[in-house]
Each structure stands twice: as C-alpha cells, then as structure tokens.
Design a protein around this ligand. Structure first.
Ligand code: ATP
Length: 918
C-alpha cells in the first residue's frame, strides 16, 4: 500500500452509526417539556473576577532556542544499542509505592447494563463469555438508559503543570481494571464482584437474590416465591430510582433559584458522584448559566464535558453540541448521565434515524443534541429551530478546528461563525472548548465565535502526571518497540496505545506484537465501522492490552487506566502529541509516554505536509470553472463532480472544499453551499409507464425532460432536474426514494459532487485566486512549521538527557513540558530552523532527465516537486508515479528549492521545443 495515500490525516473519515439499544427506552421521567426559562442569579462578572482567567496575551514571537537544538540525526547513524539512551527510571517494583486505589461504586453500572439486555441476550453464550460481542453494532440515536448511574471516583486530576520535576511515580499494576465509563464489563459482570463490597445494602441484596432465583429455577424448586421476591425487589428499585430522580429535580430547582457553589456541588455529587469540581469547571458552568459566551481551555481528561452537561440540566432550551467526529459524538452520547436525554444527528445517519431524532427533538424529549457542523447549518435543520425550538447553549467541542492555524482545521467548522449561529439558530450562549490551542489559534476561534477576550478560562494545557521520554530510533524501530514494552515500567502496564502514522503500520506492528505474545490489535479509519467499535470496546474492557492505531483512534476516548502511550513516529505537531498522550493517565496516576524519533519518518511527514499545496493558476482555473457561464443563472443549482474536478485541477477534495467554503463564508458571499449528493442518477421504471407517472408527478415529468435514455434506462443529472422545476435536490431524491418504496422504480446513483448556487460572480477572478492562494500557502507553511517545532522539541529532549544532573526521565519530561507550555502560551510560531537541505548539485540534471523521459505528461513545478518528494496527488497518483526512478529521491531537499529548479527546467524545455519547432 502506498504510504502517503493511507495516512490517517485526522480521523475525519471515521463514521459510524450510533449503537442501537437492545431494549427500547422507557418514556422520559424528568419533567417534559422543559420548564420555562429561569435565569439563575449568576453574576456575569465571573470571568473577570477570577484570578485564574486571563485575557489572550498579544502575539509574542518565541525567541529561538538554539541552545537545545541539534542537527537531525541521520537515519543511517548507528543506533544506540538496547536503549542506552532510554530515559526511564528503572526501579525495582518493591521500591515503588502501591497503586492508588480508586474507589468506584460500580454495582449500579453493572445493574444498568444487565437491565438493558433482554432475557434472551442475557443467556446467550456471547453475553456470558464475551461482552464485546454483546455490544450492539448500531448505536441507538437517543440515549435513555433505564437506570441512573452513580459513581463516586475521586477528583484526581490536578489543574496545571506547576512544579517540576515530575511527581513521584505511583506504580500502576494494571490490575484494577477500568474505572471510567467506557467499561463495558458490566454486561458480563465477571470483573466486578469484589467491588460490590462498597455498594449499598439494597443493591448487594438484589445481586444476591438474582442469582438465587436463577439457581432455584434451574433446580425446578420454589420458582413462584422467588418470583414474588423478585417483583418486590423491582418495586424497591423503582422506588429508589423515583427517589433519585426527585432528588435530582430538587437539586436542579435549587440551582435555578441560586446557582451557588454549594448548590452546584450538590447537583454534581448527586448526578455524577463526585465530591468537588475540578479546576475551571465551576467557573465555566457559572459563566454559561449567566449567559456569557465562554472559551474554555482545559487539559485532556480534565472534564470539559461536564461543563455543558450541568448547564444542560438547568437551562430551559436545548443544548447543541457540535463535534468534528461521528465516533466522538457517539462516545459523548453514551456517556451522558441518565438524567440527561441525548440524541445525535450526523450526515452519515440513515434517514429513518434522523427522522426519529428530529421527532424526539420536537417533542422535547431530547435535551442535549450532538450534531455535525454540516448538519447544523443545513436549511431544514435551521428552519426547525427558527419555528419552534430554542437553543439555550451551543457548544463547540474541539473548537480549535475553527481556526486554520490549528493542527486540525476543518473547513466545515468555518461555518460556525457566531453571526450565523446567533442569527440562524438564535443561540443564547456559546461555549467553545479545547485542550490544544496556541494563542494564535485561540484568538482566531474567539474572534470567529465572537467570544470577548475577558471570557477566556484557560488552565495549563498539560497534565502533570506524565513521564515523557524520547529515544532515537531507525530501521529497527519495531524491535526497539518490543524491547521497550518488555522493559520496566511498560511490561507491567495493562493498557497501552501505540500511535503510528500510516495504516499499513498498524497491521504490521500489531501482528509483530502478537507474534511476541502481546495481545494487540491494529486500528485505523480504513477498517469497517463495526470492527472499529469492536476493537475499541475490547480495549476498554481490557481484553486487548495494546491498540496500535493511527490518529483515528482516541479522540475523546475516556478510559481511565491507559498507562502508556507510545509514539512509533513523530507526531505532526505538539498539539497532536498532547492530544494523543492525553489518552493516558486519565485516572490521575502517573503514566508513561515514549516517542521514537526517526529522522526518515520526519522527512516523509514533512514531504506529506506539501500535499495540500496549490498554485495560483490552478486556483484561477478552478474558480473559472465554478463560476462558468452555465452556472451563472440565479438560483440554478450547480454541481462539481468531486473526482473529475480533483483530477482536472490536481487538487485534493479537502482543498476544493476549503476554497468553496471560503467562497461561501469569506468577506463576500459568492455562493451558497447545498448538501453534497451523488448527482448522476440512472432510473429504471417498473410498474407504470414513464409517461403515465409523469402525468401525475411533476418531478417525474421533469426527469423525462432532462434525461437521456440509455439501454432503456433514464440517465439524468439531479441538480439539473431540481433547478428546472425550482425544487431542492433533496426533494428530488426524496421523491425517487418514495417511488422506489412503491415499487415503481429502481435506481442507481453515482458521482458525489459539491452542490451550490451562485449568489455573486466575482468581478476579478485573478485577484480572488491570488488572495486564496496566499491564504492556502500560509496554511501549508503553518503545517510544516508545526512539524518542525514538534521535531525540534523531540531532538532537544534527546540531547538534554546527557546534559544535567537529573535522571534521564525527569530531564526529558522537563524539557518536553517546557517546550509544550512555551508553545501553547506563545503564538505557536517559534522560530525553528528547517532540517531540509537548501541545495543539491544533481537536482537540475535529474529534473531534466525526468522531463525528457516523460515528455507526454503535462507537469507543473509543484507536480515535479511532489514526485521528487514521493508525494502523490490526484493527477499524479502514487500508483503510477511511484514507479519512476526519481520518486522520493529528493525528500531531504527543501520543497520550494525543487519547485524553483523545476520551474527553470520546464521553461528551458519550452524554449528547446520552440527552437526545434522553428
Ligand atoms: N469533578 C470531577 N471529579 C472527578 N472526575 C471528573 C470530574 N469531572 C469530570 N470527571 C471525569 O473525568 C473524565 C474525563 O472527562 P471528559 O471526558 O469530559 O474530559 P475532557 O476534558 O473532555 O477530555 P478530552 O479533551 O481528552 O476529551 C470523565 O471520566 C469524567 O467523568
């Protein structure tokens, strides 16, 4: 497989349908519809009065830190044998402190999971023996778990990295299992019995009698008596739950009357079982309850979700949560406390599921709705809010995605401009949340969402329970990984994530680990959704010790006892690094994060950073096509077939989407984007004749007019049909679907396309394309710089381990921590010298030979530079061009240097051809 083509850039392809619950949810018990709005008496000055919250500092250029800089070691440099430079503290287990026990009242959770199974499911062998197999594949759209979950784990995560060196290690034996919500063991119940000790009297009684009942029934004994007892217990349980719900209602009412610390803490304790809020949580909740839009920056695993869940219980209207990944939404939906009814809407859902969610939303059953940015601003969705629903709070999760200067910019997030959100959704308040944003990113996000600089709550972006280490690696990286995993402390850690860059690596490494008796599975976005769910759940229930994954795994993963995160390759940025190590130590205990630094991989990733770059004339050609003469009619629905356009303009789909979104949301609104659909439809009429149907159906009549007949089938363009009768493309699609249900037609769709209508034609395509190209070039440069900064931090940590008195582990942790904190507190733009070469004597000669041997192709300087860097593009795919002798040969030479040389050689070539022709 080609390495760059299967790189998981960000996991955005991850999509899965939410799990379907085996039993239909009981009707909601919390008062519905939502009570009338009562604004709690919270001071709106909360943010400014807090000593911790601070306004965004003005942009600061980080001084270059050359003292720790080192030349990138060549991959051919000899490897230090058996990790002589491994920075771990090697201690005998006897010297280590005992694992911190986290008390967790899990019996109610177990009961909840059991209760949600039908009796047949409870008795299936899978359910008895393998909880993973019991996990439904298709998640249910609306959560309505039958029983409340009450847990009481401690508040372990501290707020900031203040004291260095790192805390004394708390030895992780791994025997405690998973203390957090993703634990699905509850289905099987085998791992929990010892924990029932701490459960309430009535619950342990229930668990015990349940067993007795089964046993005596099997014996053919006193079934009836036991049935009575069981029904008594059922009643008792219901009374208990009614009591619980009314206590929650009372606590909610108390907060509505006065949103005091005490009342909020009572509610927290009742619903979540936690004794206190973590740093930043209370402040954020009060801000939101007071109606102030807020930017919340807390480290990974600090409990950001709670900052919208609690307000959602209090505020009268709906809380909308925008998330970048469907898998993330599913996880968050699953983890809502039972007293909050949740739902999900995403573009990957089946229409019936979406309809059901919309119905529940209208009926007031759903209080928290997770929605993708694409869905959020679609016309149908918006009209529903305009007509009947009120949005009390709009949450932008992973808010850094709004900014093009973040590591994970999403064009669809550009749609979340505050002006649109306030006017289209009438959202009363916005809460933007992230764990990883530089000052520059925060400024961009807050400006887009119109959050005042005084409303920033920002804590340290790094937890202090990581031991961070880096070692130099190379051709023997897999062996190095195995040695690491067999050495202390890794060999005792029960839950480990290994991050790598390419999909093929996940399979290769997991197989290698399995061959060496380590239970491991590969995970990447190319796997079927069903397999991904299964792997994640096996990992969460500790059936798999190691998951070897691309970036597609882990965002939002809340498994408390992940004890180590290992980076098989250097991450693309410090943000990515912090997000990924953030999967470890969420239970507050010391966790270990090791990074294998390999210069070849760094160069390869640097080359890949150029795969989104575009040239001005390509952008101009693209714009000319978008605004071509056929598309200019007012209200005409235009379409751009993605695959052919991508090939024609040599632009990746995401780049075209970024440009289109900019044309919609930039200073001038040139166009309006419509839902992306397959535009080419081939229709086969079965029952009635086409003309009979057309006589009573406007859409069919339009289809007959606009289609051509090929082998008896009608082939047509959906936007063309829709435009001709002034309908939306979705109306045409819905009608075809209805006809199919009636047995009238069958159809096939192809050619996914961007659909849009033109609002204004740009007066000067040239200046617009120049502006767009400059902007895209800045994004490209920003991406490369982020990688350089990450690489430089890793190299500095390797070098620093030989230069001071501290132990290697502590020195490296300290070095990486300070780099990370400086980076996030500055504008993220530290001056890091590039590690690529600026000149190469044979480059021009090689380009010349390359051009001569490929006369038939139409190259651009960028296309040549990509080939020399071993990066495929839509018009020059790896499958064909990786066969050339020059593929990836100049990876170590700066991309712009190759582009320049290619430009000169291409001009020489044109001159030579002209001379020959003359
Ligand atoms: N006050 C608290 N006391 C104890 N545990 C808490 C508290 N608040 C949240 N938690 C727990 O912390 C864990 C992490 O919470 P959450 O998933 O919201 O983190 P996050 O900040 O969104 O992390 P990430 O950015 O990595 O997704 C959850 O298991 C949650 O229940």
């Amino acid at each position: 497989m080609d390495s760059d083509s299967d790189s998981d850039s960000d996991g955005s392809h991850v999509s899965a349908t939410p799990p379907r619950d085996p039993v239909p949810p009981p009707p909601p018990r919390i008062s519905q519809p939502p009570p009338p709005r009562q604004v709690p008496p919270v001071s709106r000055k909360v943010a400014s009065s807090s000593s911790r919250s601070k306004p965004i500092a003005p942009k600061q250029q980080q001084p270059p830190d050359h003292s720790e800089e080192a030349p990138v070691p060549s991959s051919s440099s000899p490897l230090s044998p058996l990790f002589t430079n491994l920075p771990f503290r090697i201690c005998e287990p006897s010297n280590l402190s005992q694992p911190t026990r986290v008390s967790s009242s899990v019996s109610s959770f177990y009961r909840l999971r059991r209760a949600s199974l039908t009796s047949e499911e409870k008795s299936t062998p899978e359910c008895q023996s393998d909880s993973v197999n019991c996990v439904p594949e298709l998640p249910q759209v609306v959560t309505d778990p039958p029983k409340p979950v009450r847990r009481k784990p401690p508040n372990l995560i501290t707020d900031s990295v203040t004291s260095l060196p790192v805390k004394a290690p708390v030895f992780r034996s791994g025997g405690e299992g998973n203390f957090v919500k993703l634990n699905l063991n509850g289905k099987r119940g085998k791992k929990f019995p010892s924990k029932y000790k701490g459960a309430s009297k009535s619950r342990s009684k229930f668990a015990y009698r349940g067993k007795r009942y089964k046993k005596s029934e099997a014996d053919g004994g006193e079934g009836e008596t036991l049935l009575e007892e069981e029904s008594d217990l059922q009643k008792q349980r219901e009374e208990e739950d009614d009591g619980f719900i009314s206590s929650v209602e009372d606590a909610i009412l108390a907060v509505k009357t006065e949103a005091s610390d005490e009342n909020l803490t009572k509610l927290l304790n009742l619903v979540y079982g936690y004794d206190s809020f973590r740093d930043g949580q209370l402040q954020a909740i009060k801000m939101v309850l007071g109606g102030s839009s807020t930017m919340l920056v807390l480290p990974t695993g600090a409990g950001k979700s709670l900052c919208y869940q609690i307000p959602a219980m209090i505020l009268p209207g709906i809380t909308l949560v925008v998330s970048p990944l469907v898998s993330l939404m599913i996880d968050q939906l699953k983890h809502l406390p039972s007293v909050i009814k949740g739902g999900l809407l995403s573009s990957s859902q089946r229409p019936e599921e979406a309809t059901e969610t919309l119905r529940k939303l209208k009926e007031g059953i759903i209080k928290v709705l997770f929605v993708s940015p694409e869905r959020l601003l679609n016309v149908e969705f918006l009209s529903m809010f305009r007509m009947s629903l009120s949005v009390s709070l709009l949450v932008v999760d992973e808010a850094h995605c709004v900014s093009e200067w973040s590591h994970n910019f999403r064009p669809s997030y550009m749609r979340l401009k505050a002006s649109m959100l306030y006017s289209a959704l009438k959202a009363e308040c916005i809460l933007a949340m992230t764990a990883t944003a530089t000052t520059m990113t925060l400024e961009a996000v807050m400006s887009a969402l119109e959050i005042p600089s005084t409303n920033l709550i920002q804590k340290s972006q790094l937890r202090d329970n990581f031991e961070l280490s880096v070692s130099l690696s190379g051709a023997n990286r897999m062996k190095d990984l195995l040695i690491l995993m067999e050495s202390h402390p890794y060999k005792k850690i029960k839950s480990i994530i290994v991050y790598c860059k390419f999909q093929y690596e996940t399979d290769m490494i997991s197989k290698y680990l399995r061959d060496n008796n380590i239970t491991a599975k590969g995970y990447h976005s190319g796997l079927p959704a069903k397999d991904r769910v299964r792997i994640q759940e096996s990992f969460c229930s500790n059936k798999i010790r190691v998951v070897v994954a691309t970036v597609a795994f882990g965002m939002g993963l809340d498994k408390g006892d992940v004890g180590a995160v290992i980076h098989f390759s250097v991450p693309g940025s410090l943000e990515e690094y912090v997000q990924e190590i953030g999967r470890a130590g969420r239970d507050g205990r010391l966790s270990y994060c090791h990074l294998f630094y390999d210069a070849d991989t760094y160069l390869k990733l640097r080359s890949l950073s150029h795969s989104d770059g575009v040239d001005e004339y390509a952008v101009a050609k693209f714009l000319t096509h978008v605004f071509s003469s056929e598309t200019k009619q007012h209200e005409k629905i235009c379409s751009l077939v993605i695959e052919s356009a991508s090939h024609k303009f040599d632009m990746k789909e995401e780049v075209m989407q970024t440009i289109m979104t900019h044309l919609e949301l930039g200073e001038v609104q040139y166009l309006r984007m419509l839902p992306q659909i397959n535009v080419c439809c081939t229709l086969n009429f079965h029952k009635s004749s086409p003309n009979t149907l057309a006589a009573r159906n406007t859409i069919v009549a339009a289809i007959l007019k606009k289609s051509h007949v090929k082998q008896g089938l009608h082939v047509f363009d959906i936007p063309a049909v829709a435009s001709s009768i002034g309908f939306a493309t979705t109306d045409v699609l819905a009608e075809i679907q209805t006809l199919k249900m009636k047995g009238e037609v069958t159809y096939e769709m192809k050619d996914p396309a961007f659909c849009y209508t033109i609002l204004e034609v740009p007066r000067e395509i040239c200046s617009l394309s120049s502006h767009l190209t400059k902007w895209l070039a800045e994004i490209e440069t920003c991406k490369v710089r982020k990688l350089d900064i990450m690489s430089s931090a890793a190299v500095a940590a390797i070098n620093v381990s030989n230069t001071s008195e501290l132990s290697a582990g502590a020195k490296q942790t300290q070095s990486l921590q300070s780099r990370i904190l400086n980076y996030f507190n500055g504008d993220g733009n530290c001056d890091t010298p590039s590690k690529t070469t600026q000149n190469c004597s044979f480059l021009r000669a090689d380009i010349k030979v390359f051009l001569q041997s490929n006369r038939q192709a139409k190259f651009t300087p960028r296309a040549i530079a990509r080939i020399m860097h071993g990066v495929g593009s839509p018009a020059f795919p790896n499958s064909i061009w990786s066969k050339t002798h020059f593929w990836g040969r100049y990876m170590s030479v700066d991309f712009s240097v190759i582009m320049e040389a290619a430009q000169t050689e291409l001009l020489n070539c044109v001159d030579r051809n002209a001379a020959l022709a003359a």
